[in-house]
Design a protein around this ligand. Structure first.
Ligand code: ADP
Ligand code: ASP
Ligand code: MG
Length: 417
């Protein structure tokens, strides 16, 4: 049986990170593995700047030179001299990217985005694979686009499970140490697609599902899944065990430590997911598996920043009922708004959404034809799973609450910032 390991951007943000990855593998070398790696550090953000510069008319943007320099420094920190083949391979990838910039005719943002941003993962895995070879960890570099087959929804590609399963069964030798990219796939015309930001966890789950893997481990800069995002909450505590259902809920509400789509395929085959620290590879971190609730049973806090609160009412004070609500949802879907929270009364409808694809203006224009529309950007959505009165009081202090909703297990609040 095979184990799938996923290393995120933070784990390979510099040469030291790549050396540490080797230590992690050396500490855990008993089983066959498939390794999924993200782009290095903040490369995806940097490539998003390249996309914007390019679509604003720059053929060889300065922002691309910065991406090159960043990787050159990592190469210099890992290899002895610049005649090693890996330098040539990385150069070739950049040339391929530059060729795309020169010859591409499409101005479709999402398409161009995927063709450019995917190079982050292609480059990172090339560097990691060659470095492992120099450390006598013989491995096989795979192009994830030969395996993960998707539709053509660029930037949010949906997996074609049947074709992906076939490709993995036909072309992947699980007896080798394979290393491949997270986040990327390809459509039926073999154009590159991406699975959505932070999608490498999901890639690891897709491979695990198709390979009937024994487990998936995602190596992070935190000891495991905590009961709160340590960037926003002090004293976050480690959760030792979480059921699939609970982890799906946490990820859905926005616990960004696990990509929300990761868990369903694992749950279907009861493949356990471990979240462990790449800085301390001995403790087992968090196990997500079959079972009940969370251990320890404590409130979990989740925050999503930069959301939009939209309030709608009918122009003629008629009721907000099925007909208008279904129209509203059709528009949310059309403009790729991710709905976080809904609250409605007889004549008004409020919804908190994630404007991931920057289509808010267009949506609002469209909505205004039929509804009275108010909206507020830059709000935060806080969720407490398994809340206590004390947890709510603590969260509410020093915040302006715009909307609050309680269900048996969960309280959600939209706050001013
Ligand atoms: P990767 O390097 O795999 O891309 P991410 O940055 O996506 O890693 O995820 C790790 C980060 O997720 C942590 O540094 C932490 O700030 C954040 N995070 C948010 N919610 C949680 C949580 N509940 N538990 C642990 N980390 C969390
Ligand atoms: N590199 C991609 C991103 O930063 C995918 C990932 O890291 O999961 O979104
Ligand atoms: Mg990430």
């Amino acid at each position: 049986m095979i184990e799938v390991y996923k290393f995120g951007g933070a784990s390979v943000k510099d040469a030291e990170g790549v050396k540490n990855l080797v230590r992690v593998l050396e500490n855990n070398k008993d089983k066959n593995k498939l390794i999924v790696v993200s782009a290095m550090g903040k490369t995806t953000n940097a490539l998003e700047v390249v996309v914007n510069d390019y679509l604003n008319g720059l053929q060889s943007p300065e922002s691309l030179s910065e991406v090159k320099l960043f990787h050159r420094n990592i190469l210099d920190g890992l290899f002895h001299h610049d005649q090693e083949p890996v330098y040539f391979k990385v150069d070739q990838l950049f040339t391929e990217l530059e060729n795309f910039l020169q010859h591409n005719k499409s101005n479709k943002y999402d398409f161009v985005y995927d063709q450019i941003v995917s190079f982050g993962e292609l480059i990172s895995t090339t560097i990691v694979s060659d470095y492992l070879n120099t450390r006598n960890i013989t491995n096989n570099w795979l192009d994830a686009r030969d395996f993960i087959k998707t539709d053509s929804t660029y930037r949010d590609a949906q997996v074609n499970w049947t074709r992906t399963q076939e490709k993995i069964l036909d072309l992947l030798d699980p007896g080798k140490l394979n290393i491949t990219q997270g986040f990327i796939g390809s459509d039926s015309n073999n154009f590159t697609t991406t699975l959505g930001r932070e999608g490498s966890d999901y890639s690891a789950a897709i491979f695990a599902y198709c390979l009937n893997a024994e487990s998936v481990t995602i190596w992070k800069d935190v000891p495991g899944v905590l009961n709160a995002d340590p960037r926003y909450f002090e004293k976050a505590q480690l959760l030792n065990k979480i059921s699939y259902e609970e982890a799906i809920e946490l990820a859905f509400y926005g616990a960004s430590v696990i990509h929300p789509k990761t868990l369903q395929p694992l749950q279907r085959k009861e493949i356990p997911l471990f979240v462990r620290s790449f800085m301390d590879p001995i403790p087992m971190g968090t196990a997500v598996s079959k079972g009940d609730g969370i251990d320890p049973a404590i409130p979990c806090f989740i925050v999503k920043k930069n959301q939009v609160l939209i309030s709608l009412s009918s122009l003629d004070f008629s009721f907000m009922v099925e007909e208008n609500i279904s129209e509203i949802f059709r528009l949310f879907h059309q403009y790729q708004m991710k709905v976080d929270l809904i609250q409605n009364s007889a004549i008004s409808f409020r919804v908190c959404v994630d404007n991931k694809f920057n289509q808010l203006e267009k949506l609002v224009q469209h909505l205004k034809a039929r509804f009275k529309v108010n909206y507020k950007t830059g709000v935060s959505l806080y969720t407490i799973r398994h809340f206590s009165e004390q947890a709510i009081t603590e969260l509410e202090k020093d915040k302006v609450v715009l909307l609050k909703q309680l269900t048996q297990n969960t309280v959600q609040m939209v706050t001013e910032n």
